[in-house]
Design a protein around this ligand. Sequence first.
Ligand code: DP6
Length: 419
Amino acid sequence: MAEENWVLTVTAQTPTNIAVIKYWGKRDENLILPINDSISVTLDPDHLCTTTSVAVSPAFTHDRMWLNGKEVSLSGGRYQNCLRELRSRASDLEDETKGIKITKKDWEKLHFHVVSFNNFPTAAGLASSAAGLACLVFSLAKLMNVKDDHSKLSAIARQGSGSACRSLYGGFVKWIMGKEEDGSDSIAVQLADEKHWEDLVIIIAVVSSRQKETSSTSGMRDTVETSALIEHRAKEVVPKRIIKMEEAIKNRDFPTFTRLACADSNQFHAVCLDTLPPIFYMNDTSHRIISCVEKWNRFEGTPQVAYTFDAGPNAVLISHNRKAATLLLQRLLFFFPPNSDADLNSYVIGDKTILQDAGIQNMSDIEALPPPPETKDNTSTQKFRGDVSYFICTKPGRGPVVVTDGTRSLINPETGLPK
Ligand code: DP6
């Protein structure tokens, strides 16, 4: 390694994911080993993703990271575990054009700069850690010429945040809990890619919340320590659901997919309630969205939409096709219209073509929406203005990619600092 002040960078983009069979509870806190398998859908990175640029240079004196414009510490145990795993798997690297040669041994001494941005508001309470940790591991693995495949990288990302391991793949992903004490078999595998079930449309309702939420990490620790239900869930319920969910995804069986996803979300929130002290992630708005979907699904006789909620009040609604998503958006906008000072352009974001299909061009179109036919009795047509902050229209998406266009790097190639 020549002692020059070169800077070598890699930029990558990694999606976030939403679990339809939830991970909740660890059997090993340090290695992040779960008590059950889980299954997720990767979300389209065009609407929800993390972009991370990583750089290495002999001029860097210590590892540094900037997240959404602010410098954050990389000294936490989880980051350190990921960095240690990656350094031990790094390979020789030669960049002839720049005259750079790094040997496997050099990586032990070299330091990194990491600059990361989410393309969705962090304050939204959407799982940003999954995309963030997956992107950190994926981009550093590329920079360090780590030759392991995605399943091995998933086991490294898992040590940053459990759900991050599922963001190493697009489409439908299963995190196998594994049996080994060292966690070597606790990895993510792809069940089907994003093309497999292209009809699905996802609408996320970002619910306004004033409540400070319990983090997933401490919430699930409390559940494992205090809930009597969690063992039954992990041992009896989830293993059967995993088999059925894999079948439902394989066969694009939307009614079964919906039944399982909704039941699993509800059971996850039930074990949260069974925790001491009880954890309330959903709020009244979340419950109203569930009622709206349940009522509509029952009215149609066959499920139109599945719902699932993570460790917060936001609803992730999966419609079986565009037509159902259009009808869903009309219902959501009817019950949860924006405040009068809101702007439609920022109230429905992501794939706005669904808004056009729903015949909504301006705020007065929202006010003119008729009550859904399933609310004939008139008792349930009450509107909850301002209770949803905004909606994101998206779909299942692809896994991580390296961004080759150098102009999109977040790091200045001269200084190695954020642009
Ligand atoms: C409710 O992956 O955030 O989103 O492993 O402690 O970092 P740590 O927890 P995290 O937990 C996610 C929990 C969940 C369900 C899921 O994604 O499966």
